[in-house]
Each structure stands twice: as structure tokens, then as C-alpha cells.
Design a protein around this ligand. Structure first.
Ligand code: GAR
Length: 202
């Protein structure tokens, strides 16, 4: 089974949905949770993971320089030998050091179409702009902000969603299903790195 390192900064509802998919759903037999890591030792999601009996680790990012902090996080994660690093509400931009350490094996879920909205507050953006629908995106992480290759997208119907809480409720319901399904297909059919372009010397 593929070993997942799940990274979170807060509530951890996506982590819980993935853990449940590993236990009884589409990820059963395909994946195991190697560790749940947080950059905030007080994150609720970390507590929730521990309550499920999952391995947890944390390192406070507050006040730390990005490169230096990420180097330490890479060391911690490597000790769990993950096949995939799964960002689940991990609210930090990854440094090149981090991205290169797990190149092509870092997955993120973003609660918007990454071509239309990057970064924080995607549900607020959809709500404030009265969008009739938004999209959830699961993508591989590269060195940009929400610029990596898209693995899957799914539409969230927002018609009649009168509050931000309702937009989030509908969106999260889609996130929880889409993330597990997309990881299952990634594990079953890995994305191979593009072969080098042949030259006349090779
Ligand atoms: C989720 O909506 C996730 O898509 C979003 O944070 C929330 C975390 O919730 N991620 C981002 O906005 C990344 N830019 P959770 O902790 O309950 O999974």
C-alpha cells in the first residue's frame, strides 16, 4: 500500500475523510496513513488524527524562516518514508527545497478552479462574487502557488447558497469525495515523469 503523509494546519476534515477512505472506502488496500503532520502543534486536526490512533508529528512554523523550517519538515517526513505527501488544508507555501525533496509526489486540494483563483479564501471569493458554481481542484504541487498539473476537478453547484457557511458545506462535501477518489487513481495509475527529449547524442 502507498504510504501517505497527510499535512494539515487546522480542522482536518479532509484528513478525516481520507482516513475513512483508507479504512473502509476507495483507498482501502491501496493506501495507508504513515503520518499526519502539522505546522501548528495545536491544530484540531492533529488531535483528531491521534484520537483515531494515527501517527502524528508537528513542528511549529510560527516565526521560522521558510527554507530552514521546510528543511526540518522534510527530515521529519522522510523518517516516515512516504510515497505521497498529501496537503489537506496545509496553509503554508512550500519552499523549492520541500518541493524538490518530494518532486511529483506532492498532492494538494484547492477549493476553486486553480486557473481562476489561487491562494487563500477561495470559498469567500466564490460567495462574494455570487458564482452560480465553483470547482474543486486536486493537483500536483510544483514550485508555484497553485500552478501544478491538475489531476481532477469537480463542480460544486452554488445555486441558492445564501450564506458562506452553505457554500463551504457544499464544497467540503465534494472535497471529501474527490480527494480520496483522485488519490486512488493516482496510486493505481501513477503519473510518469516525461521522458527526456532525445538528442542526436543519445
Ligand atoms: C479545505 O477547504 C481545503 O480545500 C482548503 O482549506 C480547507 C481545509 O479544511 N485549502 C486551501 O484553501 C489551500 N489553499 P480541512 O482542514 O477541514 O480539511
Amino acid at each position: 500500500a502507498a504510504r501517505l503523509a497527510i499535512l494539515l494546519s487546522g480542522r482536518g476534515s479532509n484528513m478525516l475523510a481520507l482516513a475513512e477512505a483508507v479504512r473502509t472506502g476507495v483507498l482501502r488496500g491501496l493506501a495507508e496513513v504513515a503520518v499526519v503532520f502539522s505546522n501548528d502543534p495545536g491544530a484540531y486536526g492533529l488531535e483528531a488524527a491521534a484520537a483515531l490512533g494515527l501517527s502524528t508529528a508537528s513542528l511549529a512554523s510560527r516565526g521560522r524562516k521558510r527554507e530552514e523550517f521546510d528543511r526540518e519538515v522534510v527530515g521529519i517526513l522522510q523518517s516516515y518514508r512516504p510515497d505521497y505527501v498529501v496537503l489537506a488544508g496545509y496553509m503554508r507555501v512550500l519552499s523549492p527545497t520541500f518541493v524538490r525533496a518530494f518532486a511529483g509526489r506532492i498532492v494538494n486540494i484547492h477549493p476553486a478552479d486553480t486557473h481562476q483563483h489561487q491562494g487563500l479564501h477561495a470559498y469567500e471569493w466564490a460567495f462574494d462574487n455570487h458564482l452560480p458554481a465553483t470547482k474543486i481542484t486536486v493537483h500536483l504541487v510544483d514550485e508555484g502557488l497553485d500552478t501544478g498539473p491538475i489531476l481532477a476537478q469537480r463542480v460544486v453547484n452554488l445555486e441558492g447558497a445564501a450564506t458562506l457557511a452553505e457554500v463551504q458545506r457544499r464544497g467540503l462535501a465534494v472535497e471529501h469525495v474527490l480527494y480520496a477518489e483522485t488519490l486512488a487513481s493516482l496510486i493505481t495509475t501513477p503519473i510518469l515523469p516525461a521522458p527526456p527529449i532525445p538528442t542526436h547524442n543519445s
